[in-house]
Design a binder for this molecule. Sequence first.
Ligand code: HEC
Ligand code: HEC
Length: 221
Amino acid sequence: MKMFARTLALVAMFLLPSAAGADDLHRDDQSPGDAEQIARGKASYAMCVGCHGPEGEGQIGVGPRINSANYLATASNELLQRTVTEGRVGTNMIAWGPILQDSGIADVVAFVRSWQSTPGIELNEAPLTGDIATGDKLYGDICATCHGRNGAGYSELGSGTGVGRAAFLSQATDGFLRAIIKNGKDNTPMRPFDENSPVAVANLTDEEIDSIIMYLRKSAW
Ligand code: HEC
Ligand code: HEC
């Protein structure tokens, strides 16, 4: 019995969330916001539900999944803020800046951030090393079926978002793009492409992934 109690105490130690544990979830640039902000953001999120779903689950062809664990672990608050403020010009994601103002945007970002369930992924922002011609070929062979040959996304009848659009590429850093292409977006058709991933669709090396990013940046429109 004594032994049992001790085991129980040990198990509890590992299972119960500690205050320090909660902070381990967020990278420095993923500040979670306070309870009041999150509550206000939840109210504003009513305007987003039609496209992104009540819990951020998204609808293919209408709005991407924004509660995806990998997405939130990879995106910085700045990326979320700029995406919501500026929108994605040329898509149905309008600029919400004029409607929500800076404080309203910060609130809705805090609400979206509150869905994060896995620890922030460190981003590699080192300069890209690859070549554009290789990226062009790989993009055409692998990515175009879902993102459109021009990277226009939904408007080219793609299931994926407009990754070739200047609006998106000006918001996303190379580190963000590298991590999403490597790890994918869980619970969406965007699978991991990392050569070391056992569930990757196509195994791409770091240099091949860099080549695709160089091609996207070069041909952004
Ligand atoms: C009319 C539909 C619509 C509404 C309403 C809408 N969005 Fe979007 N949203 C989209 C589409 C479409 C995209 C992807 C566009 C692209 O890049 O191809 C998007 C992209 C995003 C992204 C980036 C996700 C990713 O994977 O790149 C975030 C974050 C986001 N929206 C948040 C919001 C928030 C917060 C609101 C409410 C204030 C909102 N959206 C309202 C359609 C919508
Ligand atoms: C089987 C279809 C499919 C293939 C193949 C695919 N993607 Fe995706 N990708 C998606 C979908 C769908 C999403 C958006 C998921 C969602 O709805 O949240 C996405 C999202 C992304 C994002 C995040 C965009 C954002 O708005 O945040 C990037 C970057 C991306 N894909 C790049 C690529 C690249 C590069 C390739 C080729 C190596 C590729 N994808 C291949 C379907 C695909």
